[in-house]
Write a protein that binds this ligand. Sequence first.
Ligand code: F6R
Length: 596
Amino acid sequence: MCGIVGYIGTRVAQPLLLEGLKRLEYRGYDSAGMATVDAGRLSLTRAVGRVQNLEDRLGELGGFGGTVGLAHTRWATHGGVTEANAHPHRDGSGRIAVVHNGIIENYTVIRQYLEEKGHTFKSETDTEVLAVLIGELFDPEGGVDLESAVRAALREVTGAYAIAVICAAEPDTLVAARKGSPLMVGVGSGEYVVASDPAAIIAHTTQAFPVDDYHVVKLTRDGLRTSNLDNVEVTPKIMQLELDLEQIDLGQFQHYMLKEIYEQPRAIRLCCRGRIDAREGKVVLGGLAQYAKELVKSRRVILTAQGTALHSAMIGEYLLEDLAKIPAEVEYGSEFRYRNPIIEDGSVVIAISQSGETADTLAALMEAKERGALALGVINAVGSTIARETDAGVYLRVGPEIGVASTKAFTGQVAVLTMIALFMARRRFMAPDACARLMGELEQTPDKMERILEQDDAIRTLTEKYVERENWLFLGRGYNFPTALEGALKLKEISYIHAEGMPVVFIANKGPQYDKVMNNIEEVRSRGGHVIAVATEGDKDIGRVAEDVMWIPDTPDPLSPMLAVLPLQLMAYHAAVLRGHDVDKPRNLAKSVTVE
Ligand code: F6R
């Protein structure tokens, strides 16, 4: 969704805010804006398009002074992509500026109320309604300062928000608050950075705390005060951010997506480190230790997720049934929440999410939790909302994923689900040596991934051959049915190619469905289809039926999706670049969908 950055301290805010926005641009890139307070005056500007356009606009204006300010990069939800709809939004008096991530659900009622009081609106957004409401309640002479006005306004709204607010009449204050949308406060010395993501904080401090739901934080250069909506003071839990700048810099790569594809061998090593003991045939998942018994005795596992994470959930379903012999099913978070799902005793729900902020996945988890299920998470973003709402879980440890198209999170999710399945399998029916064998193979997966990445140039050349085709079909069976869906999703997301026609990409690894897939290939060929295959090294037959082959090393079938997806990721990446698209900022796609 959108990205928020706020700053209060002793340094000039503008460069810090711009740098923070660039780090958050992956969250939304329709439009951007900034406001600062300098010498009791509020300066505000906005621009449609990328953060660069905002920077150019600021250059034309001679730049903003001030050591308190806020900025926003928008992903439109209410109102089209126009300058008027971009954030920050001002109240009627022009003294207060607000940036907001989320959706104020009752904004039409509040807008009507404010219009009856004589207020007019310049945008179609829910955020402007909130800004005007705060302005209406702000009454310094009457003892209602900015913090109190924000609190009073938030008591009136329903929906989701992460907000930051500044005011020309209170030049030494920045107020932030949250319900449902992510927001963090970085604590520096004599300064604070507020952001929707630690990526915008880490350059300035490693000390930070997540703002909790219904909490309001008042920041001044002398300190901070956190309270709930009833104005009861609460103590924030400051933590150390486990993130370094190198992880979020592009380095030698042209795009985050390619960097993250290449990071997969290392990411999977980190993900599995200390968690598998192949010699002993043991899986050690510290995050689940407390609930091991409940998990092993569970009668049904529901995996819930969206998008790419849903594809890894589908692989998780196969793994749990195949290895742990436990009934498992996959549920779109967006559907589960609106059904009347039946949760029997002994049900476990596993929410899978890279960001840990996907609204639909979160809602599904809460629904299952309320109905008595044990709520587990397979999450990448540490301390994210879903991670905090689960009873227990396993972090991916693959590092921050910035490219909008999910890559290393997918293989990380599959690796974690494999470990969870083995953890349960070993305690249920699986023989220790069978378990140990698979673990040994899992340990080999990063080396095998490295071998696949060596084919990058060859995959680029192959993609060039087909890049002008408007329709592609991805086919795979068994464990690689979800991999085929993921390959198609990757291509669609960043190349805008309709991935359901021809050429046909088959995942034809040497698994139990190999013969069936070979038959399917013959059928496609007999209808004139161009076959590109992902095949197992050493397969002598595939060259006879496929025009082009991308190779993966041999591996047990349950582990094959983690390898088979890599050529598909590279292919999607090259197709997008060859078509001249901005891979890290695909149109109409946001990295994290924090609204329904
Ligand atoms: C695909 C993609 C999206 C996400 C989906 C879930 O490349 O990025 O489909 O997978 O929005 O996001 P998370 O995993 O953050 O819950």
